[in-house]
Write a protein that binds this ligand. Structure first.
Ligand SMILES: NC(=O)c1ccc[n+]([C@@H]2O[C@H](COP(=O)([O-])OP(=O)(O)OC[C@H]3O[C@@H](n4cnc5c(N)ncnc54)[C@H](O)[C@@H]3O)[C@@H](O)[C@H]2O)c1
Length: 288
């Protein structure tokens, strides 16, 4: 297998919350990027997502008007999967559904150039499994970005059983090229960050569930006592309780350790529509 020597162009499959952010970060770094979505409505939604975020960067003084225009020009949105053939790196960012991801990876494997690196932004599906859908699984790697992607500097580079050292090197170099800090992890549920973060957040949820302390005191404790920028229950609301529940489930499924089991309260909150910030209420209430 021969791989591209450097990443000069990127394609992102899935222009949702994460995919749009990845495309924006790539464009801001000066590389051309193609975003593939499923239909015209999804293309329009992805464009709007990117435009809104670029506008925020403009208002915040991070980009000037010329830079915003240049970024928009570097981003091509399309419904055509064959457009990924122009890319040195293809990043899969479709919803976290195993069957869908396997199908999308198979299609990317066929459409991408033979020397392109193929990455998945999955949070919990084994990269080894996604790689099996692609001819030459050695060129498949995990690139786990953090949200909001244009702001968060970390990328976890997930090394699966078959991932070639050249692929890892290309993925690390790419992360640095777009101004991110790569850290390397094996292909196991939770990678580095969620494996450490989730038991902490779940301990806070259990503490609240047991009536041990108020939500405010739990959050203030970690903010002022440990210097965290936000307390654990606020962070749960920010991440989204449904997203957290899915991560807990996948960690528990993999390791069968109690610390990963989602507390009963989490499930009840999701059932009653308390998903956190995005639904207007979670551990706290949020205005419109
Ligand atoms: N949300 C987070 O904080 C976060 C953080 C790290 C990783 N992730 C991972 O990133 C991935 C995407 O998550 P998201 O939050 O952006 O989801 P999302 O639902 O916002 O976006 C997914 C997008 O993929 C599109 N899509 C579906 N099928 C497609 C196909 N066949 N081809 C092209 N596009 C298709 C959808 O129209 C949608 O716009 C998931 O694997 C998730 O686990 C999410």
């Amino acid at each position: 297998m021969s791989l591209v020597s450097s990443i000069e162009s990127v394609a992102v499959v899935g222009g949702g919350f994460m995919g749009a952010g990845i495309a924006e970060a790539v464009a801001v770094a000066g590389l051309p990027v193609v975003v593939r979505e499923i239909d015209e409505a999804a293309v329009a939604a992805a464009r709007e997502r990117i435009d809104r975020s670029l506008l925020r960067a403009l208002k915040g003084g991070k980009l000037d008007p010329t830079e915003v225009d240049a970024c928009r020009e570097r981003i091509t949105l399309t419904t055509e999967l064959h457009a990924v053939a122009s890319a040195d790196l293809v990043v899969e960012a479709v919803p976290e559904n195993e069957q869908l991801k396997v199908e999308v990876m198979r299609a990317i494997g066929v459409a991408a150039r033979a020397d392109a690196v193929i990455a998945s932004n999955t949070s919990s599906i084994p990269i080894a499994q996604l790689a099996q859908a692609v001819e030459h699984p050695e060129r498949v790697v995990g690139l786990h970005f953090f949200s909001p992607v244009p702001v968060m500097r970390l990328v976890e580079v997930v090394v699966a059983l078959d991932t070639a050292p050249d692929t890892v090197a290309a993925a690390r170099a790419f992360a640095q090229q777009i101004g991110k800090q790569p850290i390397e992890t094996k292909d196991r549920s939770g990678f580095i960050v969620n494996m450490l973060l989730v038991p902490y957040l779940m301990a806070a949820v259990r503490m609240f569930e047991e009536g041990f302390a108020s939500r405010e005191d739990i959050d203030t404790g970690m903010q002022l006592g440990c210097g965290h920028p936000m307390g654990p229950l606020t962070l749960c609301d920010f991440i989204g309780l449904d997203v957290l529940y899915a991560v807990c489930d996948s960690l528990y499924d993999e390791f069968k350790r109690d610390e990963y089991a989602p507390p009963p309260l989490l499930r009840r909150m999701i059932a009653s529509g308390r998903l956190g910030r995005k639904s207007g209420r979670g551990f706290y209430e949020y205005g419109p």
